[in-house]
Design a protein around this ligand. Sequence first.
Ligand code: NAP
Length: 232
Amino acid sequence: MTTKTALVTGGNKGIGLEIARGLRDVGFEVLLGARDPIRGKEAAEAIGATAVPLDVTDEDSIARLAEGIEVLDVLVNNAGILLERGAPPSGIPVQMLRDTFAVNVFGVVAVTNALLPALRRAPAARIVNLGSGLGSLAYAADAEHVYARNPLLAYNSSKSALSAVTLAYANELRGTSIKVNVADPGYCATDLNGHAGPRTPGQGAVAAIRLATLPDDGPTGGFFDEEGAVPF
Ligand SMILES: NC(=O)c1ccc[n+]([C@@H]2O[C@H](COP(=O)([O-])OP(=O)(O)OC[C@H]3O[C@@H](n4cnc5c(N)ncnc54)[C@H](OP(=O)(O)O)[C@@H]3O)[C@@H](O)[C@H]2O)c1
């Protein structure tokens, strides 16, 4: 049996590192994407993965990586940023939205488009995008929901857009063997939130690993945490 290959963007720490570790543990050759080569190499060596330089906002960096990958079985678009520090929507500069979308949305589209040829060459590729319950419009529209109380304009809207992007790819690729889904890791203690979340990064990785290893009769165009479906 040939070894399957997975790429995890932003894999040098947090949930991405745990997704990379989990995929390595179930037998994937893991390419660990990191924008800092030293941090990438250290993280990759610790878990038996291969570090690859990747800044998802840099078209040249994406193109160089894609050139070197002939066949890709799993793409996990994990790299993400949260720039708000408690500011309300009315206090957010538009530039903060631009910077957030550059990584959380446009970065995902750029990486996915560059790697789709390699994903199409795999027998049954999986694309997993790291979304968030904070991007759920159903939760945001429910004034009683905890996620509606302190809206993060840039981050939440970027994750809502990521859900829309995921559905667009799932619909384009319906009828192929490729499945595209959103994983919600839950609120995990990482650098992204100053380690405020109650869950561990390892717990946060579970949903993404499951979606990366879906069987052929698994879903596409869905939004899942480790318990099951999350409303868009
Ligand atoms: N933590 C949570 O509670 C939570 C909840 C829901 C969803 N998520 C999502 O889960 C994903 C992982 O988040 P995390 O909590 O593990 O955050 P994290 O510890 O801050 O890790 C984020 C990763 O993304 C990388 N990254 C940022 N900008 C990048 C760029 N331009 N190019 C390439 N890599 C870049 C970071 O690299 P550097 O080390 O170089 O900065 C880092 O490796 C994100 O998409 C996040 O939105 C997290």
